[in-house]
Design a protein around this ligand. Structure first.
Ligand code: NDP
Length: 431
């Protein structure tokens, strides 16, 4: 058999091209005859700059989320990412792809090869790539509105102060710093420079944890008697070489790194501030990974409403990140509560003579994109972030009380703080 292409002589080709051209001319009329005209249910319509579709599924079905309403690229808020480590490269930079209001416009790194590679991946021009030495020149880059600090904890204060002095708003990773004194200095630096300061507490922007907070705070399930939070993971044999295992760089061990999620989320869900803490710590003797920072911390918080939070964090137990809430009329079970994704929420209660275990399925959202968009929205509308610097300072004060209790073996009483959400900004409204 002869190959098909060799049979295509000039005349055959001309016939084929002619046939295609004729089909293109008649196609629109033929389509209009063959298909019914679309209705507004099919096409949707534009309302206030957003495309909206009417519901076509019955009210019994959970509605799909409306189409997102991304800002045009030129209106988005420009972010500089400082420190190209694991979190920046694995989560934050990819999350800009899901963001509706933020865009990466500059990078800061001490590793020139990595900087060049990442800049080309994300389309950052060489003139928007900075080292730690020339970082202050970011002042002259009008594209950069927010500096996002993703450095080891002890470096947060310096880069926050330098960013504020350059007139840039600051988003800093958790923990805010390595002490309440440094964290307070960051708040003051941003106040002096009249720039915004937000701490990247991603869980406070995550839908399942937000739903748990609503279920607790609307009191429909009765009083919250107890919160249980666990955040554990393990460390490789030579983990001692990492900055997280040097007290001067990290400010502590498992507590400041991952136990902070239990502390911050217990405060977020209750909206209250603890009046007493009690804690114990443990590190395996002779293990170089825990020569300078602790392995395990167990801590209890007592809130003004008498809710008790029992929390455990460790670098010595297999990855586990859950929380469970005991209310008067229900239990809330949340495996994966603090993961980057894969949150779940079950409400367990009585249904007549049965026990019901109802798992809620919510629209998942990328927590990092939520955070970026909230910071961008605060800049665009000149609002205080929901998790401002003061929220981070409070966590540092409480972590200091936790370490003090573990050191002394005694509970530490704290000055009562009136009201709910005392250290947070106006409510966060998801885009
Ligand atoms: P990594 O160790 O992976 O990265 C830190 C980066 O900081 C390095 O790659 C390096 O980037 C830069 N760096 C500059 N100076 C130093 C130094 N002296 N020692 C070490 N690194 C240095 O850390 P992570 O990305 O895991 O953590 C960064 C921050 O993010 C921390 O504050 C951490 O607590 C927080 N975090 C938050 C999470 C969350 O879920 N919100 C999860 C994980 C971390 P370069 O080579 O570009 O200079």
């Amino acid at each position: 058999m002869t190959d098909q292409p060799s049979q295509l002589n000039r005349r055959t080709l001309c016939k084929l091209v002619g046939a295609c051209a004729t089909a293109a001319v008649v196609a629109p009329r033929a389509m209009a005859e063959r298909f019914t005209a679309p209705t507004p249910v099919d096409t949707g319509q534009v309302e206030a700059g957003a495309v909206k579709f009417p519901a076509w599924r019955g009210p019994q079905d959970t509605p799909s989320a409306p189409p997102p309403k991304p800002l045009p690229p030129e209106q988005r808020v420009g972010f500089a990412i400082v420190g190209l480590g694991r979190l920046a490269l694995e989560e934050i930079l990819p999350a800009f792809g899901k963001s509706l209001k933020a865009k990466p416009v500059a990078l800061v790194s001490g590793s020139p090869d990595k900087l060049k590679t990442v800049a080309s991946q994300y389309g950052i021009p060489p003139e928007a790539c900075y080292s730690y030495e020339n970082f202050d020149q970011i002042r002259d880059n009008p594209q950069v509105k927010v500096v996002y600090i993703v450095l080891p904890n002890a470096m947060h204060r310096e880069y926050c102060e330098r960013a504020a002095a350059a007139g840039k708003h600051v988003l800093t990773e958790k923990p805010m710093s390595v002490s309440s004194e440094d964290a307070q200095a960051m708040v003051q630096a941003c106040q002096r420079a009249k720039v915004k300061l937000m701490v990247a507490y991603r869980i406070q922007y995550e839908p399942y944890n937000r739903r748990a907070r609503e279920l607790v705070q609307d009191k429909g399930l009765g009083r919250l008697v107890a919160y249980h939070g666990v955040n554990t993971q393990t460390v490789a044999e030579d983990g001692a070489r990492q900055w997280r295992h040097k007290h001067a760089m990290a400010g502590g061990g498992s507590l400041v790194d991952i136990g902070l999620y239990c502390l911050n989320t217990a405060r977020f869900i209750t909206g209250e501030e603890p009046v007493e803490v009690y804690a114990t710590t443990y590190s395996p003797p002779g293990d170089p990974r825990f020569a300078d920072v602790e392995e395990t911390v167990q801590f209890t918080l007592r809130f003004p409403s008498n809710t008790v939070a029992n929390c455990l964090t460790s670098y010595g137990a297999r990855d586990d990140k859950y929380q469970r809430l005991n209310l008067e009329r229900a239990s809330l079970d949340m495996p994966n509560a603090f993961l980057y994704q894969g949150q779940r929420l079950s409400v367990i209660d009585r249904d007549g003579d049965a026990t019901r275990n109802a798992e809620l399925t919510l629209q998942p959202k990328n927590q990092f994109a939520q955070e970026l968009d909230h910071m961008a929205e605060c800049v665009l509308s000149d609002r205080t972030p929901f998790t401002p610097g003061e929220e981070g300072v409070q966590d540092h004060r409480l972590m200091e009380a936790i370490y003090e209790s573990a050191r002394t073996g005694q509970p530490v009483r704290l000055k009562p703080v009136e009201g709910l959400d005392s250290f947070r900004g106006p409510p966060f409204e998801p885009a």
